[in-house]
Design a protein around this ligand. Structure first.
Ligand SMILES: [Zn+2]
Length: 188
């Protein structure tokens, strides 16, 4: 089984800071056709998202259930299936004590991808991580995936490093899907 791991805010859905109101969540333009192209190539879809607002007390973790439901619903309307929604609620400087930890799941750490791969029996070397931040790219690279950076202005600090170089760069999700489709099944 292979997967496309995808960041949520600013990559899959339009970025509204701290928004957990399900009705306000909307897919980025072109996401439906892009992901349908990848679904035809048998990629599973798993969202991996840092939700540090939980650690900062701005969002309640209880909002994640309705959030996942809404994301699944938006994809269903595009004739797509969401196979998993994984999030990290932590931040080392969080104000909510139980989330204020140095965890292994906050990107650029690869923990969310490794957990999802284990639970869904996914071959990481045959999979891709798509994100709009270099933290997404580093997490994907560290997990052993190929990586695709959506260069849409979301990344503000271009701190490059050996683990922060994407396999491919695309301006939007549709261009990203075309590149992934072109790469075929070659493994990392
Ligand atoms: Zn975490």
């Amino acid at each position: 089984m292979k997967a496309v791991f995808i960041d949520k805010d600013g990559t899959l859905v339009d970025d509204l800071a701290w928004n957990v109101e399900p009705r306000r969540i909307t897919l980025c333009g072109g996401a439906g056709p892009a992901l349908r192209m990848l679904a035809r190539l048998d990629y599973r879809f798993i969202i991996v998202s840092d939700q540090a607002a939980i650690a900062h007390g701005q969002v309640d973790e209880a909002a994640m259930g309705p959030m996942a439901h809404r994301l699944g619903d938006l994809l269903f309307r595009e004739r797509l299936t969401l196979d998993g929604y994984y999030y990290c609620p932590h931040h080392p400087n969080g104000s909510v004590q139980r989330y204020a930890v140095n965890c292994f799941c906050r990107k650029p750490q690869p923990g969310l991808l490794l957990k999802a791969a284990l639970e869904h029996e996914i071959d990481l070397r045959a999979s891709w991580m798509i994100g709009a931040r270099l933290h997404d790219i580093e997490a994907g690279n560290r997990a052993g995936c190929r990586t695709l950076l959506i260069d849409n202005g979301t990344e503000a600090e271009w701190r490059l490093g050996p683990r922060r170089v994407p396999t491919r760069i695309a301006p939007d999700l549709y261009a990203a899907a075309l590149l992934i489709a072109t790469e075929g099944d070659t493994r990392r």
